[in-house]
Design a protein around this ligand. Sequence first.
Ligand SMILES: *Cc1c(COP(=O)(O)O)cnc(C)c1O
Length: 386
Amino acid sequence: MSFSGKVQYEFAKRVFEELLREKPKFSEHLSPAKTPILLLDTEGIKSRYVQIKYQMQEVEVYYAVKANDHPKVIESLAEVGSGFEVASTEELRKVLGAGVAPEKIISSNPVKPLDFIDFAYSRGVKRFALDSFEEVEKIRKVAPRARVYVRITVPNEGSDWPLSRKFGTDLDEALELLEYSQRRGLVPIGITFHVGSQCNNLRNWFIAIKRAATLWNRAKEKGIKLLTLNMGGGIPVRYAYEAIKVEDIAYYVRGLLRKYFPSPPHELQIEPGRGIVGDQGLMITRVIGKARRGGENWLYIDSGVFNGLAEALGGIRYAFYLRAEGELKEWVIGGVSCDSMDVVAKSVYLPEPRVGDFLFIPSAGAYTTVYASNFNGFPQPEVLCL
Ligand SMILES: *Cc1c(COP(=O)(O)O)cnc(C)c1O
């Protein structure tokens, strides 16, 4: 048994034990009749919002609904006064349905379906991101006086779920887009960026804020006075490894803003998704099989990349914990479906499980249920809000 294997297992165990200490109400639900299931602490979600808000008092928080759009999540955040970031008609309906005022809703996806823009504008949502000339045309067609902010590219190094290749533009084009939006009757209000999801690299915020400030000043020279700096998402949570803390990000970002924005923007925004719901959820799955193949130990669980653990495909390394005794062994964790792509993790150190044992996956509150399908006829995780 390798030393690093022991360290990995001890870390997962500590994460699990700390989670139960923090959320004693989870303890009664650790042997569910039906799996997979996601236990979600909605009070914890509210506290997390309050904590982020406390750490970043000058910043407005718009929860990125795509991380977890469960009605109870939206309701809980609405209750504590959060804003919301939405990308689709369905997400917007859910948020409006929870009684949230349209002024508290923004849409930062730079490329949106036309019918969504139309619907959102007609319901009073007025702020949209963009990063292309085509999007200016689309927005002006159905939302002629919309307020727009431009998405710039920033480095996503050290983010486990990078987003920078798909969206964002350079500063020259961003400036043109702001000017062009204004000529077309829209109201250019600001700049947005996303440092990458699960961002454990403070340097990304540094480059991003510095770049945003450069564009901010260049726009000012052109007579465009911007109001809003939207700093996107990216706050990480603890998976199989430690994550930087929101208080450290807040401290660092505050320093950067002071340095690069001597006269502060009228509105500062963040759009955390993972950082609000991620560590408020515990996924419980069951071991359904074991095998030894090609010298490797495989265990199979009743969830997988198609019904809850999609992020395992793209770089998220979950912590896994089993209540068993005995010597640690190295395992490959296979998902429930017949697809060979459905592998949840490799090199996971666990004591030998029995078929039927529960396998616990902490920090599974974000980007799990929302990604889940019924591929191969397997159920999506049930959600139990506590
Ligand atoms: C997904 C997304 C977010 C949330 O990102 P997290 O890393 O989960 O905080 C925020 N803003 C936009 C535009 C997004 O697409």
